[in-house]
Design a protein around this ligand. Sequence first.
Ligand code: NDP
Length: 331
Amino acid sequence: MSDTINAIVAENIGGKTKGALKQLKVGDLPDHDVLVEVAYSTLNYKDGLAVSGKGKIARKLPMVCGIDLAGTVIESRSRDWQPGDRVVVNGWGLSETEWGGFAQKQRVKPEWLIRLPDAFSLDQAMAIGTAGYTAMLAVLALEHMGVVPGTKEILVTGAAGGVGSVAVAVLSGLGHQVVAATGRPDTHGFLSGLGAGGFIDRATLLEKGAPLQSERWAGAVDSVGGITLANVIAQTVSNGAVAACGLAGGMGLPGSVFPFILRGVSLLGINSVYEPRAKRELAWARLATDLPKEKLAAITAGIEPMSKLPELAEQIVAGQIRGRVVIDVNK
Ligand code: NDP
């Protein structure tokens, strides 16, 4: 087994923290119980912030970036995992407090691992990644609140991004009428192919609106935040629900309590990072049944070499990535 591995490592250089391709020794990895030979990772918005240095993600340095990994167990001190097991890790502080998936090998805690459903190959698992698993958590949260396919529409914001595109595909497959909010008209064909039945220009959600607006959405999956989220909540029907996943458009929530107290709208927070294993297994099992393979293929923007991550990181933070990019850590 080669002792040297390639990794994207965030370090502070000249007062700025950025990720760059480095070589590490296997002996440098944390002393966790399971050694995984990583096949693929992926590019999430948070990875873009970490590698480009545009957001403070790492809480200690040096930090191996990458919040996701998919690979095969090669050594284990845990009875739960054996060499040869195909596994996925999403979140658990990877790239923040724990070394992450942009590495050819990584040592992880047994309790972080999920057995990859047979339905998926390792690269398909990372085409889903945290973004897709988060989209499924949002769908589960909406279902829990009784948002089922019906006569009213569901809105997905940031629709052409990672969370958004998987949400569109899953919700439309479940029979919802999905409206996609996007700032990129050139993605309408892509989003129609995933099942979006209508579109709104994201600019219409970026202007501050009235505290209560016409009731349109039975539910929504929002990865944008800010004024967009406030408007979505104000446009949600009585007893509808909005799953808030992200902050691609801002971290504020400049709205009013009226939708909550006058319409009974529910705001559902989604935090994929520290979900318990049972919830993760449910989300992955539902992805296996509810995300059609041809749609996953359409969402996959490509498989890129790890060496290209610094460039890709800038692109995702600038909102230029459509769907999901898989990272081949061995290239
Ligand atoms: P992407 O960059 O792939 O998608 C984000 C999308 O948001 C873009 O494609 C764009 O969609 C839209 N967008 C970007 N900038 C703006 C803006 N200024 N105003 C309005 N819309 C904008 O990122 P991901 O899908 O990977 O992540 C989306 C968000 O969800 C991020 O904030 C991320 O941190 C968060 N997230 C949270 C998780 C959790 O556990 N809560 C887990 C995973 C992600 P379009 O081009 O269609 O307009």
